[in-house]
Design a protein around this ligand. Structure first.
Ligand SMILES: Cc1cc2nc3c(=O)[nH]c(=O)nc-3n(C[C@H](O)[C@H](O)[C@H](O)COP(=O)(O)OP(=O)(O)OC[C@H]3O[C@@H](n4cnc5c(N)ncnc54)[C@H](O)[C@@H]3O)c2cc1C
Length: 188
């Protein structure tokens, strides 16, 4: 069965997007090949978190998304092709179909470029190329979105995670046909 959303990359951008889409009840798959640069970080500037190791941040992010039903597959996504219902992602171990795709591939533009998605020069330090996405995160292929470092945002965990959330909310809103908000209320 096809996924509502397939996310490539389980760093802050991808896992944050997955947390939102799965919590919204959207069938979500994350494909990741464990190359997150965040795993080399020591973080003291993420609002609400006094200090955390990069590996812990990534693991907690995946755990949060799993809690709401996100499925994870380990492996490299090697191709993105369009189908009647959306898109097919090919990995080393199988193929997966989804209505919406969120590319959260960090420093890697390989998959986007192989799929013919429009890119542009990056503006952040050491970022050569990013996906040419609009303000909503929509790429030149309708239904394929970009979030985090690959979308050209400032390379900080709170920003890439926030960008993943932003793009997820836009995807959920498009699937629902109405703007989406996810507010839990403090239990008294
Ligand atoms: C040494 C170091 C220290 C840092 N310190 C800080 C800090 O103190 N504070 C701070 O805010 N930020 C820090 N950062 C930056 C921070 O880690 C990044 O800005 C941010 O987390 C990147 O998030 P992302 O999700 O965009 O990318 P990533 O975390 O890199 O995640 C991208 C994911 O996509 C996956 N992927 C890519 N291509 C494919 C594919 N084809 N198939 C499957 N999976 C794929 C990768 O395996 C990876 O898991 C630091 C970075 C480094 C390197």
């Amino acid at each position: 069965m096809a996924y509502d959303v397939i996310i490539i990359g389980a760093g802050p951008a991808g896992a944050s997007a997955a947390l939102f889409t799965s919590k919204a009840g959207k069938k979500t798959l994350v494909i990741d090949n464990d190359q997150s640069v965040t795993k080399r970080a020591w973080v003291e500037n993420h609002y609400g978190v006094e200090e955390i190791t990069g590996p812990n941040l990534v693991e907690i992010g995946k755990k949060q998304a799993t809690k709401f039903g996100t499925e994870f597959v380990q492996g490299k996504a090697t191709a993105l092709t369009s189908t009647d219902a959306g898109y097919q992602i090919t990995t080393e171990n199988g193929t997966y179909e989804g209505t919406h795709i969120i590319l959260a591939t960090g420093l890697s533009t390989e998959l986007a470029e192989a799929a013919g998605i429009q890119t542009k020069p990056g503006t952040e330090p050491r970022i050569k190329t990013v996906i040419d996405a609009d303000a909503q995160g929509q790429s030149s292929l309708k239904g394929v979105w970009a979030a985090g470092t690959i979308a050209g945002v400032s390379m900080h965990t709170i920003i890439t995670a926030g960008d993943g959330a932003k793009v997820a909310i836009n995807v959920i809103s498009e699937l629902n046909g109405a703007r989406y908000v996810d507010h839990d209320v403090l239990k008294s």
